[in-house]
Each structure stands twice: as structure tokens, then as C-alpha cells.
Design a binder for this molecule. Structure first.
Ligand code: S3P
Length: 450
């Protein structure tokens, strides 16, 4: 089943060169944070380039339910009239976060230190994902969580009446957990400290500083330590959301594997905590260049140019790079299928608790399409067949996971036989224009009903 409706079977087949410009949508991580911090500021925040994917629309609806005024002005301009730190109202309805782990975990953090309760739910994928990683640290602030067995949604969070500051070592490399603790720390007197052993995406820290919070980041022996001073008055901002590197990954990777391609993907956020895929692709021999490198709204940005790359080779991806490309392993495994030799991906246990078990979902679908894949709890390897030799021909399950659906559709773009996915519906959570954007470049991707 699709997250918000009937399944949408899709198919992609080998095509001629991809060419042109791919204007991918706004960054999903930054879009969620713009709405949530806008809702916690005093006054009106304006947002340009917001991703209008279902995940972000669900967060917009949630912010309304907590009392913020969120307005879509059309043309991707949005505004949020915030209620101030600690000003969230108690929602009178269940907060449906759809497919979005980022949405639910960040919002739980943002409300956990206000004297209100809220009940959260989602689709079958989200309701199966672990929430204890967030509710454990929120309990240290004094919040209570009552959910299903194993810490699953639906779940009610009872916010703390008298929150106390927390010092927390994040036990898994997760920006969602880090961000939930920081957002909870906003409404707490005193300093909340979060320590992460490995740096994860830092959009929350950057944006908190932009909204005027006192936040300090230092490298210590224990890791990256973030100290937030609670109860600031957040000052509304004008935010320009950079385009999403995780969405750019799809046209970029398609261009690398489809013979003769030359695609420009402009205005992509290249925050170092996000850009690991592009480094990896270049190490594999990809013809991928950064043009017009610049800074926009506090984030590094460049235009990416990707061309067909005839000599891709498998590599060992450094595990230390995993956090900076965690959402890109599925599409990397597709490029690896077209490379010569083995690509080794280690230190990627977190892939098993995303919108789906991404190692299992990709391994199963790639094998069905004739690719050799081996996997263990926190690693997997893909043995590439080289250009022209990927068989294809199978129907793959997307498991309610947008990135799995898009990855298999990219696989089909250079395979000997078409590749189908059982449900492309979840693509709308992060990249609603994927089908038209890829078709405009010359891809043969479509709904498979007919
Ligand atoms: C995200 C963090 C990552 C990532 C997700 C977006 C965020 O999840 O996979 O797509 O915006 O903070 P984890 O925090 O679980 O690693």
C-alpha cells in the first residue's frame, strides 16, 4: 500500500542519453526544521523553496495543530506565525506524521518540555520504527511516553511540567535524536548538552543559531559537543531552503549510468554532513563536477554536472563517511551494480531502521535483477556487472520507502529489461516531481497500470 492511497505500480526502461537541467525540490531536512523553528519563534518567519512533499506537509499540519499559523502563499513561498518557545497549545487531534521519522521525532522533542500532551501516529512504515531512541532522552527532561510494545507509534507524549536540563550522549549516529534533544532543550532553564561520537547533519544547530539561540559547538575527546542555552526568544527569519542533495542523487546517478548523458543539477546544498555520496561517486570514477560553488543562507551550494561515466569501479566506502550519505546507500548500490568490481559498505546498521530495512529491500530487489549482493547486520557488498550487463526484468517492492522506489526506477534506466516497482506512491513524500523531472531529462519512467 502506498502511504496515502492505493499502490501506484511504476516501470522504467533503458533510454537514450539523459540531458538538460534537473531542478530538484527543496531540502527535506531543512524544510521540516524551518516549519518547526518558525512555529517556536515570536512573529512571522517566511520560507522560500520549501519542499512541498507529503512528509513536510504533514509537519506543516502538525505545527498548525500546536497553534502556529502556517500559510502556503503559492509559488513555494510559505509563512509561519510562531507561538514562541514554550507556547505550543495542546492539539485536540492525533498528530499524523505520515511516513516521516524526521517529522515525528523532531516534533516530539519540540513539545516534550511544554506542559501539554500529544498523541502521534503514522503510516505502517512509521508505526513500525523505533521511537525509544527519542523517548529515552526525553524522559530525562521529565517527559513521559506511552506507546505500543517496543516503543512504537501510536504513542502519547506527556510533556514535562518542570523540565530540567539534560546532558546526553547520543548512542546512535542520528541527527533526528540529536535534534529532538536540542528542540526539547529550548524550553528548559539552563544549558542542555548533546554529545555525538560522529558528526551527523547539523542543520538544527545552524538554524537555531540563525534564529538567535545561544548555541556552542566544540570538538571534545568524547565527540562533537553541542551546548544550548534554554528559553531564548527565537527571532523570526527569512529562510531560503537549498535544493536537496538526497534528491539530486537520483538524476546524478541516472546520468552516470545512462550512456551519453550530461545533466546539470543546479543549486544543491553541499553541507559536508550531507555530501558524502558525491565524494564516493568521484572515488568510483564518476564524471561529476561542482560548478559555481557558493554560499547561500549559511549553507554551501553548487551546481552539479554529471556525465555518463564509462569506467566506474567498485570501492570500499569509508565507514566514517556513513552519516554524511546515510540516505544515499540505496542509490549508491544501483551505481555499484553498473561498476566493475565490488563495492563494500560497512558501518551502516542504521539503514535497517529507516522507512524500510534498506539493506534488505535493496539486496532482495538487486538480486532479483541479477546482481550479486551479500549482507550482514551492519554491512553489505554489491558486485557490479559493468555497463550493459545489468539484467533487470524484476518487480521490486518499495516497502513504503520513497528512496527504495526511486533507486529501483534508476536501476531500470540502463538495464537490459525494464524494472518495475510495486508502489511508487511513497515517492511523493520527498520528491513529488520525480517522474516528470526524470521524463523531461529523457528517461522512460511511468506508471505501469496500462
Ligand atoms: C534526518 C536524519 C537521518 C536521515 C533522515 C533525515 C534529519 O535520520 O536518514 O532522512 O533530517 O534529521 P537519522 O537521524 O535516523 O539518522
Amino acid at each position: 500500500m502506498s502511504s496515502h492511497g492505493d499502490p501506484i505500480p511504476m516501470i522504467s526502461r533503458a533510454c537514450g542519453p539523459l540531458s538538460g537541467t534537473a531542478d530538484v525540490p527543496g531540502d527535506k531536512s531543512i524544510s521540516h526544521r524551518s516549519l518547526i523553528l518558525g512555529a517556536l519563534a515570536v512573529g512571522e518567519t517566511t520560507i522560500e523553496g520549501l519542499l512541498e512533499g507529503q512528509d513536510v506537509l504533514d509537519t506543516a499540519a502538525a505545527m498548525r495543530a500546536f497553534g502556529a499559523e502556517v500559510t502556503d502563499h503559492g509559488g513555494k513561498s510559505w509563512s509561519v506565525r510562531g507561538v514562541g518557545v514554550g507556547g505550543f497549545a495542546e492539539p485536540d487531534q492525533v498528530i499524523d506524521c505520515g511516513n516521516s521519522g524526521t517529522g515525528v521525532r523532531l516534533i516530539m522533542g519540540a513539545m516534550a518540555t511544554a506542559p501539554i500532551s500529544a498523541t502521534f501516529s503514522g503510516d505502517a512504515s512509521l508505526n513500525g520504527r523505533p521511537m525509544a531512541r527519542v523517548t529515552d532522552p526525553l524522559a530525562l527532561f521529565g517527559a513521559q511516553a506511552v506507546g505500543r510494545a517496543g516503543g512504537r507509534l501510536p504513542m502519547t507524549i506527556v510533556g514535562s511540567q518542570m523540565p530540567v536540563p539534560v546532558r546526553y550522549h547520543v548512542p546512535v549516529p542520528s541527527a533526528q535524536v540529536k535534534s529532538a534533544v536540542l528542540l526539547a532543550g529550548l524550553n528548559v532553564p539552563g544549558k542542555t548538552v548533546v554529545i555525538e561520537a560522529e558528526a551527523t547533519r547539523d542543520h538544527t544547530e545552524r538554524m537555531l543559531a540563525g534564529f538567535g539561540a545561544e548555541i556552542a559547538v566544540e570538538d571534545t575527546e568524547e565527540g562533537r559537543q553541542i551546548t544550548l542555552t534554554g528559553q531564548p526568544e527565537l527571532v523570526p527569519q527569512h529562510i531560503v531552503v537549498p535544493r536537496d542533495p538526497s534528491s539530486a542523487a537520483f538524476p546524478v546517478c541516472a546520468a552516470l549510468i545512462v550512456p551519453g548523458s550530461d545533466v546539470l543539477v543546479p543549486g544543491i546544498g553541499l553541507n559536508p554532513t550531507r555530501a558524502g555520496l558525491f565524494t564516493t561517486l568521484r572515488e568510483m570514477g564518476a564524471d561529476l563536477t561542482y560548478e559555481n560553488t557558493r554560499e547561500e543562507g549559511g549553507e554551501p551550494v553548487a551546481d552539479l554536472r554529471a556525465r555518463f561515466s564509462p569506467d566506474l569501479k567498485g570501492i570500499e566506502v569509508p565507514p566514517a563517511r556513513a552519516a554524511s550519505m546515510i540516505d544515499e546507500y540505496p542509490v549508491l548500490s544501483v551505481v555499484a551494480s553498473y561498476a566493475q568490481g565490488q563495492t563494500v559498505m560497512r558501518g551502516v546498521r542504521e539503514l535497517r531502521v529507516k522507512e524500510s530495512d534498506r539493506i534488505d529491500a535493496m539486496a532482495t530487489g538487486l538480486r532479483a535483477n541479477g546482481i550479486k549482493v551479500e549482507d550482514g547486520e551492519d554491512w553489505w557488498t554489491v558486485t557490479g556487472r559493468g555497463h550493459g550487463n545489468v539484467q533487470g526484468g524484476a518487480t521490486c517492492q518499495s516497502h513504503l520507502d520513497h528512496r527504495i522506489a526511486m533507486s529501483f526506477l534508476i536501476l531500470g534506466m540502463a538495464a537490459q529489461s525494464p524494472v518495475r516497482v510495486d508502489d511508487g506512491g511513497p515517492i511523493a513524500t520527498s520528491f513529488p516531481i520525480f517522474e516528470t523531472l526524470m521524463a523531461d531529462l529523457g528517461a522512460q519512467v511511468s506508471r505501469a497500470n496500462g
